[in-house]
Design a protein around this ligand. Structure first.
Ligand SMILES: *Cc1c(COP(=O)(O)O)cnc(C)c1O
Length: 463
């Protein structure tokens, strides 16, 4: 049975009619292996025909619960009505002119919305791109043009993309960097305020880490040489690391005093995901530049840099842009997605998702020693899985257990729950449901996760 359309009208059920993946997906996987480069990874080889609300439907007719949102993209749901309406209407009028050749209103309107929605009441400007990585690269260009400096500070566990400059900003070697160097120069990596693994323990982690970072910037780079500090307010691919309290405000204060452009990479955390429109708001910091992407346009490719007018206007005319940046279809989609986000107060939905899910995840930590840490905000929640043994000498947390994490994700997939992993050591299960997921599906997805963790515990540890 093949549903003709996706979107919110799709039956909101988990229903398995074949093994996962089924025969249709397996046949497509064979074609893929002969046509698609193997460097493109894959979490779960089910081939999707329709999606909406909290489900993905595959070619075999299986309906899976979506805890991934295409990596934090479909915050408003797949094929959301407002997105489909706006994109269809735009496609009938014109599909492309190139904003740098003959402009159009949609691009301007998206930039106006970014001014209105991002933190800070100062005068702002925005520029639009195709991907998060492209936007991060351009934030660095803008900061360098404004400051006349070249050094850029990034953090342990950071992920900013796969282009050359963003590979240099990204921390993890395999799979993102190995074999792809040489990398861009003038990138300096600093420790992250990672409470679960901070040597002194979680209390005071934010202050201590900020002190170390600021000392190292002064001593090893020279603050006067630093153009930008680039940071995810909650780290995404690195393992949903919420920085220790006080870390971001201390960095923001230091950047302001040293004339350094603070760039918040909110590509994964933005647009309601963490329970505020932007994760910076949890710490009440106002970055100079904010990079957005993923959740901005309900599934169409769009990303942006938004920030202080004097910083944004530093690059010369013609220095920023691209053929497709701010494509009319993506802008139409973004305006639809933003309207939906506000009309349905999806940031509040993210807080509700946290209220429902967090106590259940904490209960898992209480019950199973290999669930080492539970963290996150809003609809961006994670379990860090570790060896069921004491921490190695001199460390505060047991060693990461990637194998058990992979086993949990694979078992969840077999039971019809799309669940992603993350983390520098690949040992984090992350929950990123669409903010519109119906409550009964959220609860059922959490039931599946609990069953999976219990079964894995029984098989591996006999508990
Ligand atoms: C996904 C991501 C990027 C890269 O975005 P792409 O659209 O994949 O290029 C950059 N920063 C963060 C925090 C991300 O999560």
């Amino acid at each position: 049975m093949r549903p003709p359309h996706g979107g919110p009208g799709l039956p909101q059920v988990r229903r398995l009619v074949t093994a996962v993946p089924g025969p249709g997906s397996t046949a497509l996987a064979r074609r893929r292996s002969q046509a698609v480069a193997r460097g493109v990874g894959e979490t779960l080889p089910v081939y999707v025909t329709a999606a909406g609300g909290g489900v993905l439907v595959d070619v075999d007719g299986n309906s899976l619960i979506d805890f991934g949102s295409g990596i934090a993209v479909t915050n408003v749901g797949n094929s959301a009505d407002s997105v489909v309406h706006n994109v269809t209407d735009q496609a009938r009028r014109f599909t492309h002119t190139c904003f740098m050749v003959t402009p159009y209103e949609g691009y301007v309107a998206v930039c106006e919305e970014l001014t209105r929605l991002t933190p800070g009441g100062h005068e702002k400007r925005s520029v639009l791109f195709n991907s998060g990585a492209e936007a991060v690269e351009n934030a660095v260009k803008i900061a360098r043009a404004y400051t006349g400096r070249s050094a850029v500070v990034a953090f342990a566990h950071a992920y900013h993309g796969r282009t050359n400059l963003t590979m240099a900003l990204t921390a993890r070697s395999t799979p993102y960097k190995a074999g792809f160097g040489p990398f861009a120069p003038e990138i300096y990596r600093m420790p992250m305020a990672y409470p679960y693994r901070w040597p002194g323990g979680p209390v005071g982690c934010g202050q201590q880490a900020a002190g170390q970072v600021i000392d190292a910037i002064r001593a090893e780079i020279g603050a006067e040489n630093v153009a930008a500090v680039v940071i995810e307010p909650i780290q995404g691919e690195g393992g949903f690391i919420v920085p220790g309290a006080g870390f971001l405000p201390a960095l923001a204060e230091f950047c302001a005093s040293a004339g350094i452009v603070l760039v918040a990479d909110e590509v994964q955390t933005g647009f309601g995901r963490t329970g505020h429109l932007f994760a910076c708001e949890h710490e009440e910091i106002v970055p100079d530049l904010i990079v957005t992407g993923k959740g901005i346009a309900g599934g169409l490719p769009l990303a942006a840099v938004t920030g202080r007018a004097e910083v944004m206007d530093a690059p010369q005319v013609g220095g920023l842009g691209g053929t497709y940046g701010g494509n009319p279809l993506s802008c139409a989609a973004a305006l639809g997605a933003i309207a939906t986000l506000e009309r349905e107060d999806l940031a509040a939905r993210a807080r509700l998702i946290e209220r429902i899910a967090m106590p259940r995840l904490r209960a898992l930590r209480g019950r199973y020693p290999f669930v080492g840490d539970v963290r996150g905000r809003g609809a961006m929640l994670a379990l860090e899985l570790v060896a069921d043994e004491p921490p190695p000498a001199g460390q505060t947390a047991p060693r990461p257990d990637r194998a058990v994490t992979v086993a949990c994700a694979a078992e969840a997939h077999r039971r019809g729950l799309v669940l992603l992993t993350a983390g520098t050591w690949g040992n984090v299960l992350r929950l990123l449901p669409p903010l519109v997921i119906p409550e009964h599906l959220l609860v059922e997805g959490l039931d599946v996760l609990e069953e999976v963790v219990a079964d894995i515990a029984r098989h591996r540890y006999g508990t």
